[in-house]
Design a protein around this ligand. Structure first.
Ligand code: KG4
Ligand code: ZN
Length: 335
């Protein structure tokens, strides 16, 4: 185990059981992610009760593996952190209870971490010299947020979705196209073979404000498929993806210009999408912004981002009370 302050992070907010050791908020000593995708695939989505039970079974072996890979034993860590929300309450409780138990046993602080802020700190993990002011585009299965980051841990909400989250739209459209769960990666792959200009799906709220709406484009795909039962599904996937990416990138660029940001940061599971990554990078070059686009494995749920966030939060706020619980509806901090 190298010198520095090691934090053990735990993530169980949805269907990944993950543990990681991160040193000084930036060096990933280990990151173990055990996905439950196969468990939920046959139901076409995450079944909360099954997720909780699987977390209970997996949490100890996943933590043990993360510590082993990092070459440290429990009492070597300076703190134990866990995602406290947002997410599935039963799933969150498994990680929170485990983290508190380890913290008590090893006599170190417990740090409760906001999952949304953790997605942002995934970008800091890979580029520690990230310099605010920044605009963050956070796109996951449950959230679509545009946030101005004025400084470390200081945020202003610019916009969010008024209906479906971007990832939710990907998952629902994938289902309409008969693709397997999780839908986002399946659409991403299929879209590579399609023509993104084939069908002009609507771009809701393209020109006004910073809020998003994705339920209209989903309905348009459904209507299109009903009218064209022999449609080329790769073209539908590529055109749908294009409509979503177009709105996301247009608004993020406008926000970056309006707030005078130095950079644009992409985060959350949908940030693993090839078209979105490419378009954000192109936009940053065109607008003279520094891009912060985490590697794909860092975009989807993992515990390294939880441990990294905890390092900053521990310095700013101190340990979290052992009496604090999980909050399934937790909002982005300070917004
Ligand atoms: O952040 P995340 O792993 O979990 C949540 O906190 O929600 O995000 C999961 C979401 C799912 O909706 C999934 O379909 C989507 O991210 N996703 C993608 C891709 N990879 C994951 N969406 C589009 N393209 C991808 N390559
Ligand atoms: Zn997430």
């Amino acid at each position: 185990m190298s010198s520095g302050e090691a934090i053990l992070g735990i993530e169980t907010s949805c269907d990944e059981t993950a543990a990681a050791v991160v040193v000084d908020g930036t060096r990933v000593a280990s990151s173990v992610v055990s996905s439950q995708v196969d468990l939920h695939a046959r139901f076409g989505g995450v079944v909360p009760e099954l997720a909780s039970r699987a977390h209970v079974e997996l949490i100890n072996p996943v933590v043990a593996e993360a510590l082993l890979e990092a070459g440290c034993s429990g009492p070597d860590v300076a703190a134990v952190a866990a995602t406290v929300g947002p997410g599935l309450v039963g799933a969150l409780l498994v990680g929170v209870s485990a983290a508190k138990a380890f913290a008590l046993a090893w006599g170190v602080p417990f740090v409760g971490v906001n999952h949304l802020e953790a997605h942002l700190y995934a970008a800091f993990l890979e580029e520690p010299d990230l310099a605010p002011p920044l605009v963050l585009l956070l796109v996951s299965g449950g959230h679509t947020l545009l946030v101005a980051m004025d400084d470390h841990l200081r945020y202003r909400l610019l916009g969010s979705t008024i209906d479906d989250a971007a990832g939710e739209a990907f998952d629902k459209v994938a289902r309409l196209l008969g693709l397997p769960y999780p839908g986002g990666p399946a659409i991403d792959r299929l879209a590579l073979e399609g023509d993104r200009t084939a069908i002009a799906f609507p771009r809701a709220m393209h020109d006004d404000g910073y809020d998003f709406s994705f339920s209209g484009v989903k309905t348009s795909v459904l209507t299109y498929l009903r009218k064209h039962p022999d449609a080329n599904v790769a073209d539908v996937a590529a055109s749908f993806q294009e409509a979503v990416v177009d709105v996301l990138v247009t608004k993020a660029r406008r926000a970056a210009r309006d707030v005078g940001a130095n950079g644009l940061c992409l985060a959350g599971g949908v940030a693993a999408n090839s078209a979105l990554r490419e378009r954000v990078l192109d936009a940053c070059i065109a607008d003279g912004l520094r891009p912060f686009v985490p590697s794909r494995t860092m975009c989807t749920d993992n515990a390294a981002m939880v441990a990294a966030t905890a390092w900053y939060r521990l310095r700013a706020d101190g340990p979290t009370s052992m009496a604090a619980g999980a909050d399934p509806a937790l909002r982005f901090p300070g917004v």
